[in-house]
Design a protein around this ligand. Structure first.
Ligand SMILES: [Fe+2]
Length: 172
């Protein structure tokens, strides 16, 4: 069994007994410490589904270097808890809170290789690779069926809430 398959199996077993992210976080932290999964992952840009199930979704997200002057990434939600474990480079997260009919920025956080970020089910974030000369690679783990969930995003000049559009979010 590859290290990645073993990692997936451990995450699946964890959510089967605990719907909260704490135990899954430990699995992700262990994977980052021993780097066995990272060694098996490609650094080619893209979003790859490592596991898709009712209780758990695991993505491998590689974001290319971000050109100087690139626009802001699209804020979105997941409608379930989420863990991001960075294996290479870093990810910049800006967090938002709902305000009347739109959202407003509330905080930001950069997570570096080896670090894990946990987001609650009601979190709204926009994520980007902050580097202009290095790609980012991360395991994104979600406590449910991310692909089937009724997620939303906030775009356009007025940051109005719209149904989630994968290509628009990934392309931002
Ligand atoms: Fe996200």
């Amino acid at each position: 069994m590859s290290a990645t398959d073993e990692f997936i199996a451990r995450c699946v077993a964890t959510v089967a007994t605990d719907q909260e992210p704490a135990a899954t976080r430990e699995v992700v932290e262990q994977a980052l410490r021993d780097q066995s999964v990272a060694k098996e992952l490609s650094l080619d840009a893209g979003v790859r589904v490592l596991h898709g199930g009712e209780d758990l979704t695991i993505l491998h997200v590689v974001m290319p270097e971000r050109p100087v002057g690139a626009g802001n990434p699209v804020p979105h939600n997941h409608c379930m808890w989420a863990l991001i474990g960075v294996t290479h480079g870093s990810e910049h997260n800006r967090f938002f809170r709902r305000a009347a009919d739109t959202i407003e920025s509330s905080s930001e956080q950069v997570i570096e290789a080896g670090e894990v970020l946990v987001m609650d089910a009601d979190a709204i974030h926009a994520v980007k690779n902050p580097s202009t000369n290095r790609c980012s690679s991360a395991l994104h783990v979600y406590g449910g069926d991310l692909i089937g969930a009724a997620k939303t995003m906030w775009c356009e000049a007025d940051l109005s809430e719209l149904p989630f559009d994968f290509l628009r979010v990934i392309g931002s």
